[in-house]
Design a protein around this ligand. Structure first.
Ligand code: FMN
Length: 198
């Protein structure tokens, strides 16, 4: 295939930065609870995997305390934070709860009870997915990749309605998308593509 770069703008990206070309899906907060402990961390590497039954994947590093609680309980929650929660989200992604009595409080986060799982949901977020792990030992060990079925989901109707994220949502309630180093894009305008012809 012929390569063209008429504008001369295309640049090679160092491979260690390649992930950042796909890093800006919505950042989520992953929470879990087990044996009287609970915890929360940030994750940028979460994505949908299937429609019905709904499944998701999320990468949870072996070094995290959250992973210990997920592996012990078999469940986790994904809460989708908004612009107003950028500081708390970055804190949840920078501190570890391993040696803390309550990482939620240390990050300025409140929680409320989930419908189907023990893991708490994060107050002030704009969407929540309650997930049960589908155990895949090889993927978890080799790639830190967790596959899970979504048992329940909720969203803030000011931001997500009619099955879609709303373009006119209040600024503080828009989702955040990690660029790196605690900088986030905030979800913005909608572009409606023309209907394909033929
Ligand atoms: C914006 C952001 C996104 C992150 N995404 C991920 C991720 O997808 N997977 C992961 O394992 N760690 C991710 N991290 C790092 C964890 O959130 C971090 O290691 C956290 O301190 C773990 O907390 P814990 O030990 O209390 O569980 C991210 C951090 C930030 C700031």
């Amino acid at each position: 295939m012929t390569s063209s770069d008429a504008g001369g703008h295309r640049r090679d990206i160092p491979l260690p930065q390649a992930y950042r070309l796909l890093n800006h899906g919505p950042t989520v907060l992953v929470s879990a609870a087990h044996g009287g402990r609970r915890n929360v961390m940030a994750a940028a590497w979460a994505m949908p995997l299937d429609f019905d039954p709904p499944k998701v994947t999320v990468v949870i590093d072996k070094s995290t305390f959250t992973r210990q609680l997920i592996e012990a309980s078999g469940c986790f929650a994904l809460s989708v934070p908004c612009r107003a929660m950028a500081d708390a989200t970055f804190a949840a992604g920078s501190l570890s709860g391993a040696q803390r009595a309550d990482k939620f409080a240390d990050c300025g986060l409140d929680s409320f009870a989930a419908q189907r799982i023990e893991a708490p949901l994060v107050e002030g977020c704009v969407a929540w997915l309650e997930c049960r792990v589908i155990v895949e030992p090889h993927h978890q060990q080799a790639y830190d990749l967790f596959v899970a079925e979504v048992l329940a989901a909720q969203a803030d109707e000011r931001v997500f309605a009619g099955g879609r994220w709303q373009a006119d949502a209040p600024a503080e309630l828009r989702t955040i998308h990690h660029q790196g180093g605690g900088a986030f894009f905030v979800a913005g305008e909608t572009v409606q593509a023309a209907k394909p012809r033929g």
